[in-house]
Write a new protein. Structure first.
Length: 151
């Protein structure tokens, strides 16, 4: 069994894991560095999931918001303020167990089981029923874009 020494270049895949009595979920081994790690967790904007960012990816979102065309400086500042205010720092131990913030879990109805979904530069944590419903609802778009890409 190999151990990872750095974070993955991208988060891909879908994994179902239980949430233990201490409100911990295990991050998939392919997504771990093998060391204790820090993540920033936010509720997805208008979505029924939690977004989990590395510190670097979190900073990239803020930097992208600062240069996003078509929005005013006030809108930028308000977004960055809400984005940062809604984030919570979470640690994962060497075994990849991350304690999920109870208040964020309550907002999306997450308990007992979670689906961890790769979203390339971040990963998402979903209530299983919400994730299944989201896949069904977004299937036409997925098939359309996939077809246009020749997949």
């Amino acid at each position: 069994m190999s151990t990872h020494t750095s974070r993955p270049s991208s988060y891909i895949g879908e994994f179902r894991h239980g949430i233990d009595p201490k409100n911990r979920v295990t991050i998939p081994s392919a997504w771990r560095s093998g060391e204790a790690e820090t993540f920033y967790v936010t509720q997805g904007a208008g979505r029924a999931c939690l977004n989990v960012f590395t510190p670097e990816a979190f900073r990239q979102v803020v930097e992208s918001a600062q240069t996003l065309p078509g929005i005013s400086p006030r809108e930028r500042q308000q977004f960055i303020q809400r984005f940062a205010a809604g984030a919570m720092e979470c640690s994962a131990d060497k075994q990849g167990r991350m304690v999920l913030p109870v208040e964020l879990c309550n907002r999306i109805g997450l308990q007992g089981e979670a689906v961890l979904v790769g979203a390339f530069s971040r990963f998402e944590i979903w209530n299983p029923e919400q994730w299944d419903a989201t896949k069904v609802a977004t299937d036409p778009n997925f098939l359309n874009v996939g077809s246009q890409l020749g997949l």
